[in-house]
Write a protein that binds this ligand. Structure first.
Ligand code: ADP
Length: 246
């Protein structure tokens, strides 16, 4: 069986500077396989920059990233996808005139997928099962423009799932959702973790973070200020203080 304490991702001394601005400054953390790990912190603390470095969108100024035993620090985005790193973005990035299914097929075509890129029926089957997982398969052929904002967020998650990731990076998936949509997202995230997927999530909603994340890393001004089991980290004075300053 799976060793619950196996480390999937190891981030060591990771930095990303923009000129003199230390957006991410020598942070360390590890993500355990098969769980949900949250990356939190006030606005501008370096969360999205960290995700952008992890997905290969930005080249780090310093430090290393390892996925299991592989050093992925110098991997460009397509190689990170090939080794199993998937992501969603803070702003919805779907093709509005295309159908939900066509958008999710794009995710299925990612290099981590063992299916041949030209095996259209197999790609569509994978995309349909990802849409079914988020509860939207019945509307697969409808254009994105007809879906509610909350459903578009779910379609983005389905697109990432269709790429068959080992580690899924979610940048504020609950942003703009109402409370019932947030509850549905909470259930969905738990189902994803129960399937064995490892998730690194950024979110501002502390209720959501407390409900889904077993572990949390807290950033403030690009530095790691706390790290560990969610319930105890959220009680740390330095963490409370960082959020009070918002
Ligand atoms: P968070 O996601 O925690 O809100 P960000 O990672 O977006 O924080 O930003 C961290 C800091 O880096 C902010 O001061 C932001 O203005 C700056 N920053 C982010 N991206 C860039 C960029 N591409 N160029 C210059 N500065 C950036």
């Amino acid at each position: 069986g799976r060793d619950a304490s196996e480390t999937l991702l190891t981030v060591s001394g990771l930095s990303k500077h923009f000129g003199g601005l230390k957006a991410v400054d020598a942070i360390d953390f590890t993500v355990t396989r098969g769980g949900i790990h949250a990356l939190i912190g006030p606005n501008g603390s370096g969360k999205t920059t960290t995700l952008n470095v992890l997905s290969g969108l930005y080249t780090p100024t310093g430090g290393t990233m390892r996925l299991q035993d592989q050093d992925i620090t110098s991997f460009p985005p397509h190689r990170r996808a090939a080794v199993g790193i998937g992501r969603t973005f803070q702003n919805i990035r779907l093709f509005r005139s295309m159908s939900a299914l066509e958008n999710v097929v794009i995710g299925a075509e990612r290099p981590n997928n063992p299916l041949g890129a030209r095996d259209r029926p197999a790609l569509e089957a994978r995309a349909r099962s990802a849409l079914a997982f988020v509860g939207l398969e019945a509307r697969a052929r409808e254009p994105i423009s007809g879906f509610s904002y909350g459903h578009q967020r779910l379609i983005e998650i389905a697109r990432a799932l269709a790429g068959n990731p080992t580690l899924l990076l979610l940048d504020e998936p609950a942003a703009g959702l109402n409370s019932s949509e947030k509850n549905a997202l909470t259930v969905l995230l738990r189902r994803m973790a129960a399937k064995g997927l490892t998730i690194l999530i950024i979110d501002h909603d502390m209720t959501l973070v407390s409900d889904v994340a077993s572990h949390v890393t807290v950033l403030n001004f690009g530095r790691r200020i706390a790290d560990g089991v969610t319930a105890s980290v959220l009680r740390e004075p330095a963490v409370i203080e960082a959020y009070l300053g918002e």
